[in-house]
Design a protein around this ligand. Structure first.
Ligand SMILES: [Fe+2]
Length: 188
């Protein structure tokens, strides 16, 4: 490693620390239940697609950091800003910071931006795939934040997982299919 610091590890630690701060919006759950699976699926997909693994992992850790620090509104923009600042501080090359920012800005399925690179597609995929590692989190949102009853919560969870699956690229679908089918069976 030529005495160089491990940039992905530095970024991971930064995100973990932000999540653990007492003022962080949702406690440590986003780190464990979202960032971690997004990072691991990103790495799997980066290998499959021959994408830049380092960039993809950095984006995975930072893509939602804005929602931890400021809340969900416009978190693609706030996350990109935090990422830029942090990566500059760490001496990450400017041309790579540009790619990271673009991936973060384009990661939201609900915000209609064109995805031009495989890195951008990978993050969008991994973000959706992470929901299949966190079905309890979808139920929690339905019960706690939306105040739904059991039947509606089950219906909402099924709908959310269906939407997530339908948005995936063909490669990502192949990976997640057994979990998708299991979820559809259980949430009938
Ligand atoms: Fe996300």
């Amino acid at each position: 490693m030529q005495g160089k610091m491990n940039i992905t590890e530095e970024v991971r630690k930064f995100v973990e620390n932000e999540c653990k701060k007492p003022e962080s919006k949702y406690g440590n759950e986003p780190y464990l239940c979202h960032f971690l699976p997004v990072a691991s699926y990103s790495k799997i997909l980066a290998k499959k697609f021959g994408a830049d693994e380092e960039i993809v992992e950095i984006v995975a850790w930072l893509h939602d950091i804005g929602s931890i620090v400021y809340g969900r509104e416009n978190h693609h923009i706030t996350s990109a800003e935090i990422a830029e600042k942090k990566l500059r501080e760490l001496g990450y090359p400017e041309e790579k910071i540009k790619i990271v920012k673009k991936c973060i800005l384009n990661h939201r399925g609900s915000v209609n931006n064109k995805r031009e690179s495989k890195e951008e597609q990978i993050i969008a995929d991994a973000d959706s795939m992470s929901n299949f590692e966190n079905v309890s989190g979808i139920f929690k949102a339905a019960f706690v934040y939306e105040n739904l009853g059991q039947i509606e919560a089950k219906h909402e969870t099924r709908k959310k997982l269906e939407n997530c699956y339908n948005k995936l690229s063909e490669e990502a679908k192949k990976i997640i299919k057994p979990k998708y089918e299991a979820a559809m069976l259980l949430l009938e």
